[in-house]
Structure formats: C-alpha cells, structure tokens
Design a binder for this molecule. Sequence first.
Ligand SMILES: [Zn+2]
Ligand SMILES: [Zn+2]
Length: 177
Amino acid sequence: MPMATVLILPFVFKRSQDLDEVTKKIQSNLSMPCKLSHLHFNHHYAFDTVRDQYHSTRLLKGLETQIEQKENKILGITHLDLFIPILTYVFGEAHLNGPAAVASDYRLNPQFYGLPPNPELVKERLIKECIHELGHTLGLRHCPNPQCVMRTSTYVEEIDLKLDTLCSRCRKMADIS
Ligand SMILES: [Zn+2]
Ligand SMILES: [Zn+2]
C-alpha cells in the first residue's frame, strides 16, 4: 500500500507562518508526504449555538468530503474552539484508521490561560497535536509511553511533557520504517 498523502487544509487559522514547520514535521516524523490545500472549507454547519463551540466530529465529516484521492488523509488546522458532546473541549479529533483529522490551536496558546505569549510554544504544541491526530488515522491508539506523541493529553501542560515523535512501538505498529 502506498503511503497516504496528507492534504493540509487550514480554515479560520491565522498562524499561517507555522504551517511550513507543521508540514516538515509530519513529513519527517510520520513519513507522510504533505500537500497544502487552498480550498475554502465551510465550517459554519458545525457550530453549536448552545455551547458556542464547534462540534469536531461534524467537522471531520465535512473534511472527509474534501479528500481528492482515496488513499489520502486530510488534516484540518483551525483556530476554532472544538468540542465533542462528552467533553468540555478537545484539542483535536480523528477516528481510528479514518481519513480525516482536525487540530485546533485555540487552547494551545498560553494567553488563553492568562500567561505571557509564547509563539514558539504554540507551534510546538500544534505540531504535536497534528501528529497525534494523524497517528489515530494510521490506526494508532493512545500510548502509555510518557514521551510518545500518541500519549493522551487532557490538559495543555501534558502536551509539553511528550515529544513530537512516535515511540518505537508505535512506529512499528504504524508500519513506519
Ligand atoms: Zn488521541
Ligand atoms: Zn507510542
């Protein structure tokens, strides 16, 4: 099976200066070639008026329809505040072995928590979040290795404790040499 290409689709995302490094890291850490999409993605349908947030599972459905070829994965990168019904918020979402992933920088910014700005930290967190969600699309579940990017993160500080790379066990499971 040829390695899937990742179509990166930014929508409502201002930190476009980070996209270059996000792309490079996905290519190097997951060995997946990336292509930047300039499509306009209509996200409004996923808005929940009660929660004032965007339903990430609904976004995944819409993103799936934007995939150009069957073997491709799509990664939506956004600044929208995402949720799933059972949680207050999510940093991103993807289904196991699914074609689509979404990641948000909304809650990755220290300023969101009343802390001083740190653009480099936001970028590092976003890279980890993107690689984590794409890992799910490659069939990877959460990993107990504290440094592995597939380690689950509920709070933003937990993202900082892990690396942006897969551990050797996850690499093997995802069939990345
Ligand atoms: Zn996860
Ligand atoms: Zn792992």
